[in-house]
Ligand binder design. Sequence first.
Ligand SMILES: Cc1cc2nc3c(=O)[nH]c(=O)nc-3n(C[C@H](O)[C@H](O)[C@H](O)COP(=O)(O)OP(=O)(O)OC[C@H]3O[C@@H](n4cnc5c(N)ncnc54)[C@H](O)[C@@H]3O)c2cc1C
Length: 472
Amino acid sequence: MVLASPVRGAGRSVLRYPFVVSASATPLPHGPTTTVLGGGALGLTVALRLAQRGERVTLVEKEPAAGGLASGFQPAPDLPGGGPFLDRFYHHLFRSDTAIIALIAELGLSSNVRWASPVNSVLWGGKYWRPYTVPGLLAFSPLPFVDRVRMGAVLAFLKAWPKVGYFERHTAAAWLRRMMGTRAFGVLWEPLLRAKFGTRADDISLAWFWSRIYCRSFSLGFLEPGFQDLYDAMVGEIRRLGGEVRLGTHVEGARPIAGDRWSVSLRDAGGTPQTVVSDSVVSTLPVRVTARLIPDLPDAWRRRHDWGEAFGAHCLVLALDKPLLPENTYWLNVNDSGYPFLVVVEHTNYVPPSRYGGRHIVYLGNYHPMDHPLFGKSLEEVRSEYVPAIKRIVPSFDESSIRDAWVFGAPYAQPIVTREFPSHIPPLKGPLPGLWIGSMFQVYPQDRGQNYSVALANRLVLEMVSERRGSG
Ligand SMILES: Cc1cc2nc3c(=O)[nH]c(=O)nc-3n(C[C@H](O)[C@H](O)[C@H](O)COP(=O)(O)OP(=O)(O)OC[C@H]3O[C@@H](n4cnc5c(N)ncnc54)[C@H](O)[C@@H]3O)c2cc1C
């Protein structure tokens, strides 16, 4: 894939980050050097902040495009230039996502953020319901009225209680079942936990569930036409400030070498091995990948932090000639059993289809263990499995309305956040001099999210800088 979308905002320097000391395009010649592993939201933010400080930074990303899980594809390739980029996996922001909202503003892209409250529904008993608002919950007749009120009270408590401590002691399934009642939990929340976490559903911490209720707004934000524009703008800005961004380059390993420096082994898209030497390394890869790529990590660190599981994400994306879901539904949780996907997201019931050449874009999403057979299936196999299921949800669906289809899979997309999870989160400062480790496995108690990767990156750079001051 060749990225050709316009890089809006690159080259501007409306810099608000507190540690910016230099917005010039020339890095300080004798400043510290850093290699950043991974070019998702987290790695790009670390590299940007260091470059803004006038430091010399090299970012390495294995994919040909930056953006990691939030990177895009071109859903309307017949448009000039291959058309705009849209996320491979559905994304949106919440009003509480202040770190990424500030970053978007900093890069001059705020005017492209659309805020709206699109329709969120659930499929239950073959019907569409909207129990995610107060009036919708009160009207949710599959549950007795008393259960609806009880569920509303439990959700209100989760929304109001500001501290995670109490919730860390419980699993979501056991606590919600007890508080809401078995029936209410079984209709609305158990299917979601099962669909998302499979056999691990009963182990998921209540802290994970709480953070999703506590931090999220009803109003959603989306960077039009897709978040790829943000990540391209960050690449442009890092390069403008003199930093290096190597896309399509695999990190194969990293080792400390003499003089408290680091040597990072790379392989570029053509298979040519390369080495980068720097004073520091910041790994933003999944913690278990970091553990594999840095053989010198001490055993004590490995025993504690090379731990836990993550599921992969899978999406079939359809570009249709006409809308799919009724009632302008944007998000449909599929709580009825027997469907091969857990959610249907009709993106163009939020952002107008005119943004994508009149195509109606629908995501059919799933999470599974990373060795699940779905990840090995071809587009045709996935499509033929999913189309009959779509027809069950929308009987009028006509397969000939599919103009294009894509299938995307990504490993390490959803950490399995059990009650033991927090005690295994590594500190940002690694156990070897000059090593820093920041990944979406460290944003707890938040669930993963671009905002939390950006916020963690901001914090990591602040800690790096203050550590250098302390030791300098
Ligand atoms: C289905 C789905 C829906 C989501 N919905 C939302 C949402 O609505 N809102 C939201 O804000 N967030 C959402 N997220 C989460 C969001 O995408 C992530 O939290 C965020 O993108 C994580 O960024 P990151 O940089 O921490 O990690 P990643 O994006 O995983 O970045 C890690 C990078 O490291 C690279 N890498 C890995 N190994 C190597 C190697 N050996 N060499 C070089 N590079 C390597 C990867 O290619 C990747 O680019 C969603 C995620 C998924 C999967």
